[in-house]
Write a protein that binds this ligand. Structure first.
Ligand SMILES: [Zn+2]
Length: 349
């Protein structure tokens, strides 16, 4: 990462991050915890994440429960195992709480702890059985995307980030019912990874605000994982927030100044939709990748993330400030906007 940020901007950003909650709306945390526990590790959040969350002022993390394609045959078991593993890992950590309601969120913001909000990244694991959504709800899961980048019983995903092709086909009948059921349960709906036709259908049928936890702008970087101008306007128009993805191959190329890339997406979306609908959903994957490789006895050498870890999140805010964004707007983007969204969408308590 090419850092050309002034000390002044970093100081200003650190001030903001010390006194306002920062949110990362997408982290594959539950899956990583399960992988590391399978490798014999314990206290994973405490060792691998807490110090960096603290340094970056991160107060709320949306943890995905994501079933890898190779595990789909046992998808439901894998999802439950991930949820169990995450709960077990943080159970002794007094400062970490699971956020399941608006009340939990308010309590979290009154204190100085760190909240984890669980959601399903793709609902492949429920098959056609919508009753399983209630079961997930009972386990504390509070949101879902219908698809990852692959088709399932509910709809078509978009293509994978490195591919470049339009996938046609919209939501299935059960996919439409799943949207309704998620709304009845006060679970949030995430449209990241959905294909364009699916997005359009969600726009037509959703009655509550939906969000995109980890997608950038397709105009800034032409990937089908990113949102078109029309989608950005539609998402903002119905009260959603889009979390800027910090994966190099979704934000832009593997080379170059990645902070600048992130800023270009955020500034473009802000111009198009207003800063109140933009947030951070960095999708930092290298730590997950290292855990998976270690379990297979391999070495992980990729560097897919624009940021090294969560302690660098204030650098993005600093870059935005340095490039002329108002502190009030940065406050919303770094966390305030997603807090507003979850306040509206979570069950009361
Ligand atoms: Zn994803």
């Amino acid at each position: 990462m090419d850092l050309k940020i002034t000390d002044n901007a970093i100081d200003e950003a650190m001030k903001l991050h010390r006194s306002n909650p920062a949110v990362d709306a997408h982290l594959d945390l539950a899956g990583e915890i399960l992988l590391r526990r399978q490798g014999g590790e314990k206290d994973i959040v405490e060792k691998h994440y807490l110090p960096y969350f603290r340094a970056g002022g991160i107060r709320l993390v949306v943890s995905s429960v994501y079933v890898e394609t190779s595990n789909l045959e046992h998808g439901w078991e894998s999802a439950l195992e991930q949820i169990r593993a995450l709960k077990e890992d943080v159970k002794e950590l007094a400062e970490v709480t699971l956020v399941e309601s608006r009340k939990d969120l308010e309590d979290l913001l009154e204190g100085d702890g760190i909240g984890i909000l669980l959601y399903m990244e793709g609902l492949d694991c429920i098959g056609e059985d919508l009753e399983k959504l209630s079961e997930l709800y009972r386990l504390g899961v509070r949101g879902a995307s219908l698809t990852w980048s692959r088709p399932n019983a509910l709809g078509m995903g978009c293509c994978k980030a490195l591919e470049h092709r339009q996938i046609s086909g919209g939501l299935s009948k059960i996919g439409v019912q799943a949207v309704k059921r998620l709304e009845e349960l006060s679970m949030f709906l995430d449209v990241s990874h959905l294909n364009d036709q699916g997005f359009e259908e969600v726009c037509r049928i959703a009655e509550r605000s939906f969000t995109a936890t980890h997608s950038g702008s397709r105009q800034v970087y032409d990937s089908y994982r990113n949102l078109t101008d029309q989608q950005i306007r539609a998402l903002a128009g119905q009260g959603g927030v889009m979390g800027m993805n910090g994966c190099k191959y979704i934000a832009g190329s593997l080379e170059g100044n990645h902070l600048e890339m992130l800023c270009r997406h955020i500034e473009y979306e802000t111009k198009l939709a207003g800063s109140g609908h933009v947030g951070y959903g960095f999708d930092l994957c290298d730590s997950y990748g290292r855990a998976r490789a270690a379990l297979k006895g391999e070495r992980y050498t990729d560097r897919d993330d624009c940021l090294l870890d969560h302690s660098q999140v204030p650098l993005v805010s600093a870059a935005l400030l340095q490039r002329g964004m108002e502190p009030e707007e940065v406050k919303g983007i770094m966390g305030g906007n997603f807090i507003r969204y979850f306040r509206e969408i979570l069950p009361v308590g």
